[in-house]
Design a protein around this ligand. Structure first.
Ligand SMILES: Nc1ncnc2c1ncn2[C@@H]1O[C@H](COP(=O)(O)OP(=O)(O)O)[C@@H](O)[C@H]1O
Ligand SMILES: [Mg+2]
Length: 561
């Protein structure tokens, strides 16, 4: 699964357009959706209804007033026409019936007829006004044959007209209120049935979705927006249910897989432990074999030394022996002559001369042998122990060469030693001897392999304060870059099966960088010979210096260390 977000976390939904929770939220919480819609309907209906009703009432009032004015005009006209004769003849009774008829109208509050010639009114009828009652009045001249003969003033009460207008207004308001109430009732029923109940149903359904109760289907039998909402919620429910079941299945599979994995890991761990055990056994065996090989190398170098000593001692001791045998022969013939009493003076003199010379020769040879033994004793002590002592490098090298000489003497291989005097070391001569003899013998074995002659140059110089540079160079076959890279690796040899162990240079490296506290490097090209350069301190490091037989350097040690 690549989806990193947890599947059941509720996502932050985007607010739908138009929903402003900050502003509208409190209203919705206070009234609820149904109440809000009802209020909206009520206001929507009430305000225009009220305005229309007011408008209508005003129109009715205006119409009533217009009607009243028309009536006033007609009545005044009628009165003025009927009073013309009576005013002309100044005979009031003539107009009486008409006046009476007009005055019978209850709206007429004042009717005054003025004669233009007399000062007091011709007629005057008046009704008392009620409190707050208003009137409209009209005064008109009465003309007879074009000449004014008097005037008629008429006042009509507006009370009736305004009462009629009020009644009409009340009717309009009642109608508006009734239609509002019935609209509200209908809106309530429709809301309840078409909106609120389905919304509550959907609310319950979405609560079930949130609780992950996904068994009950969501269904609304309608095709409007709410029906579509229900359909999409149902689609969500189905998708969620499928996703959950897939998730459960994959979790199950994962659990099973994890179980299998654990088993496999445990099995692998056991196998690894076994092979670890096996490996550590192998390593133990290897390091045992290594120590044995190192010991063998040391014994071999001791053996070489003993052979060298024996070879060197052989010459003086052999000459001494020959001389002593010759003297014994002379002694025997002298004794015989004495026994036969035939000893001549000349014979005795000859014997004495031979004896003196012979004893001199024997003494010289024995002395040489003693001297040699003396030197060898030091070399032997050095080689067999790891003693630290002060020694002169030139003297030490000369003695060492003596022990190696048998390897070179028999052939045309020459060692040129050029060590300046007074390089006084305070170090470990035994291990240093092992190093030098290993390098020289390597030149012999590898460098001069297949050659009848060769040279080795052994030189030393003080390079730095307290550091001596020793070079062991040969003019042998040299080595390739690949060989050069690996020569210090333990067990690396180009003479496998031909006496090579591959340990010589590894031990050399170990001794030089360990006990002697120095460095070693090699310069060599094929057919250009090889030069090993040691840089050694005159004072070897003190403290827990490692011994010769301690661990070898790691594999693939680079050559220019
Ligand atoms: N003077 C030399 N000239 C040429 N090759 C040499 C010389 N010294 C050492 N080597 C190479 O280095 C290898 C490793 O030497 P060493 O560690 O002494 O092992 P071994 O002598 O047992 O082969 C030799 O097998 C040889 O190939
Ligand atoms: Mg070797």
């Amino acid at each position: 699964m690549t989806n990193a977000s947890p599947p059941f976390q509720p996502s932050t939904e985007q607010a739908p357009p138009g929903a402003a929770p900050g502003r509208a939220g409190w209203l919705e919480r206070l009234f609820g959706l149904r109440m809000l819609i009802m209020l909206a309907v009520a206001f929507g209906l009430a305000v225009p209804g009220w305005l229309v009703a007011l408008q209508e009432a005003k129109a009715i009032e205006k119409e009533n007033m217009l009607q009243l004015q028309t009536d006033l005009q007609q009545l005044t006209e009628l009165g003025a026409e009927s009073l013309r004769e009576a005013l002309w003849q100044i005979y009031p009774e003539l107009g009486e019936p008409i006046i009476q008829a007009i005055f019978r109208d209850p709206r007429v509050k004042l009717m005054r007829v003025q004669d233009s010639r007399g000062s007091k009114p011709f007629f005057e009828h008046q009704r008392p006004l009620e409190v707050g009652e208003a009137v409209i009045s009209l005064k008109r001249e009465v003309l007879y044959q074009g000449r004014p003969v008097g005037s008629l003033e008429l006042s009509l009460s507006t009370l009736q007209a305004s009462q009629r207008a009020e009644a009409a207004q009340r009717g309009i308001l009642l109608r508006t209120a009734l239609s509002l109430a019935s609209s509200l009732l209908l809106a309530f029923i429709v809301l309840q049935w078409r909106l609120v109940r389905p919304i509550e149903y959907l609310k319950r359904a979405s609560g079930r979705l949130a609780r992950q109760a996904l068994d009950e289907p969501i269904h609304l039998q309608r095709s409007d927006e709410l029906g579509q909402l229900a359909q999409s919620m149902e689609a969500t429910r189905v998708a969620l249910a499928r996703a959950f079941s897939e998730l459960t299945a994959s979790q199950q599979a994962l659990r099973e897989h994890a179980g299998g994995l654990e088993l496999r890991v445990a099995e692998r761990t056991r196998e690894l432990e076994e092979s670890n055990l096996h490996l550590s056994e192998v390593i133990n065996n290897l390091s045992r074999a290594q120590s044995e090989l190192i010991e063998a190398d040391r014994l071999a170098s001791l053996g070489r030394m003993v052979a060298g000593i024996a070879h060197e001692l052989n010459t003086p001791l052999g000459s001494s022996l020959t001389m002593v045998s010759t003297l014994l022969d002379h002694h025997r013939s002298l004794s015989r002559a004495v026994g036969q009493a035939a000893l001549r003076r000349s014979q005795l003199d000859e014997f004495l001369a031979t004896l003196g010379e012979g004893l001199h020769i024997a003494e010289r040879n024995v002395n040489r042998a003693v001297e040699m033994v003396d030197k060898f004793r030091q070399v032997a002590v050095d080689q067999t122990s790891e003693q630290r002592r002060r020694f002169d490098l030139a003297v030490f090298m000369a003695e060492l060469q003596l022990t190696l000489s048998p390897n070179f003497k028999r052939s045309a291989y020459t060692v040129h030693v050029a060590i300046p005097p007074d390089l006084i070391f305070d170090s470990y001569p035994g291990p240093l001897g092992q190093v030098i003899s290993n390098l020289e013998l390597n030149a012999l074995v590898h460098g001069f392999d297949g050659r009848s002659s060769g040279n080795i140059w052994l030189s030393a110089a003080l390079v730095d304060d307290g550091m001596v540079r020793i070079s062991v160079r040969d003019d042998g076959v040299g080595m390739s870059a690949t060989v050069r890279e690996h020569i210090f690796d333990p067990f690396f040899t180009t003479r496998l099966g031909r006496g090579g162990s591959g340990l010589g240079l590894a031990i050399v490296y170990n001794i030089v960088t360990g006990m002697l506290g120095g460095r070693i490097s090699v310069n060599s090209q094929p057919e250009q010979g090889a030069e090993f350069v040691l840089e050694l301190p005159l004072h070897a490091p003190t403290g827990d210096a490692p011994t010769r037989s301690e661990a070898l350097p790691p594999l693939s040690q680079t050559s220019d260390c």
